[in-house]
Design a protein around this ligand. Structure first.
Ligand code: NDP
Ligand code: MG
Length: 379
């Protein structure tokens, strides 16, 4: 299978390339195009190892540097949004892994769908911000949409063999993050270093902070609504501290189907690459005897208000998830830059949501405009 990877230098992108290595001789994956932003050294190394036709660095300066570094190869080096679009639209790629972090992934991913590529979707912010347009485009172009987010990959697997049966509830599992059990006051003085220390997953900085505020779970509720056509109120978050059960689906007969594996993103990435087949994995096996105990509890939405805010924005629909996402991306960046405290992330998102009047059925231009406007508020 030929693929393009948007965000190849990130946590998901590098694990996807590792999966492609693992699958050699089992299912050969040829990487036709890659993109990153600023990690020129890694882009160069990836270009030399996987010999794609196109490599794009979003950052113009980094792309110029990369061009010099790859001058002895036949690889085309591109930059900016056009470069990302060229990666997404490579004529020989059958699948595009969308693994850019944040809103920047939206336009290239939409182009990939227009070019009739199957989509392996890690970049949840695109579905949160433009879910309705995104899902319409998937349907119009008749392409497959394979969720890479571990919970959504789990739900997708729990639906296999049950399509057509009514879903009673989606039970979306959450690790609870590094601050599980803390009170709101206890969150006031947490540092960036503490927030970046996730108990069960190793991920990029933005999603790690989202996991600490529980905004990640809120974004995932909205993501699940679009992927599986389930109302926000039928998606229940269950804290599963060990991150072994990646999510569950409850049917009308009250049967609950769960998907389990060790917490490794290589599992959902490989599933997307090999679907509908289940091929051998190079990962360690899950031993339930070694795990011993699986625990379940309720999330605390008063302490972790980002989860509540995301649910509210998801229920309101229209432009509100775009506002939520843009405000959160900016607030997280400010927190990582040391400009605001941890609890201010939720406060700033709340303020942005209360300042905005909803727009129902927003167009792509309205989404782009509001995304920009909300970000300006943070400058
Ligand atoms: P990382 O921060 O590790 O990687 C982000 C990638 O996007 C890098 O390749 C980076 O390039 C690139 N990038 C950043 N900004 C831009 C931009 N403006 N234009 C183009 N490319 C850009 O993120 P993750 O891999 O952790 O996450 C990627 C996505 O997957 C997110 O949406 C996240 O929510 C989702 N996800 C991640 C999981 C994980 O385990 N990591 C789990 C589930 C979902 P460079 O490094 O070269 O600057
Ligand atoms: Mg997830």
């Amino acid at each position: 299978m030929n693929i393009s990877i948007l965000g190849s230098t990130g946590s998901i992108g590098t694990q996807a390339l590792a999966v492609a290595d693992d699958l050699k001789g089992i299912k050969d994956i040829t990487v036709k195009a890659l993109s990153g932003n600023r990690n020129v050294a890694l882009l160069e190394a990836q270009a030399r190892k996987y010999t794609p036709d196109i490599v794009a660095a979003f950052d113009e300066k980094c792309a110029s540097d990369l061009k010099v570094r790859l001058a002895d190869t036949s690889c085309r080096v591109l930059s900016g949004e056009d470069g990302l679009i060229a990666v997404a639209a490579h004529p020989d790629s059958e699948m595009v892994l969308s693994a850019i972090v944040g809103f920047s992934g939206l336009i290239p991913t939409m182009h990939a769908i227009d070019e009739k590529k199957d989509i392996a979707l890690a970049n949840k912010e695109t579905l949160v911000t433009a879910g309705s347009l995104f899902m319409d485009k998937i349907a119009e172009n008749g392409v497959k949409l394979l969720p890479v987010d571990s919970e959504h990959c789990a739900i997708f697997q729990c639906l296999e063999g049950n399509r057509g049966n009514k879903i009673r509830k989606i039970l979306l599992t959450a690790s609870g993050g590094p601050f599980f059990g803390k009170t709101y006051d206890g969150l006031k003085n947490v540092t960036k270093e503490m927030a970046l220390r996730h108990p069960t997953w190793s991920m990029g900085a933005k999603i790690t902070i989202d996991s600490a505020t529980l905004m990640n779970k809120g974004l995932e509720i909205i993501e699940a609504k679009w992927l599986f056509g389930v109302d926000i109120d039928n998606i229940e978050v269950v804290v599963q501290r060990e991150s072994i059960i990646h999510s569950m689906v409850e049917y009308e007969d009250l049967s609950v189907i769960a998907q389990m594996s060790l917490p490794s993103m290589k599992h959902p990435i490989q599933y997307a690459f090999t679907y509908p087949n289940r091929l051998p994995s190079a990962d360690p096996r899950l031993s339930l005897k070694d795990i011993g105990t699986l625990t379940f509890s309720e999330p605390d939405e008063d302490t972790f208000k980002c989860l509540r805010l995301a649910k509210e924005a998801g229920r309101q629909g229209g432009i509100m998830p775009t506002v939520l996402n843009a405000a959160n991306e900016e607030a997280v960046e400010q927190f990582l830059d040391g400009k605001i405290t941890f609890t201010q992330i939720g406060d700033l998102v709340e303020k942005a949501l209360s300042d905005y009047k909803n727009i129902t059925n927003p167009t792509i231009d309205e989404i782009l405009r509001v995304n920009q406007e909300v970000r300006e508020l943070f400058k």
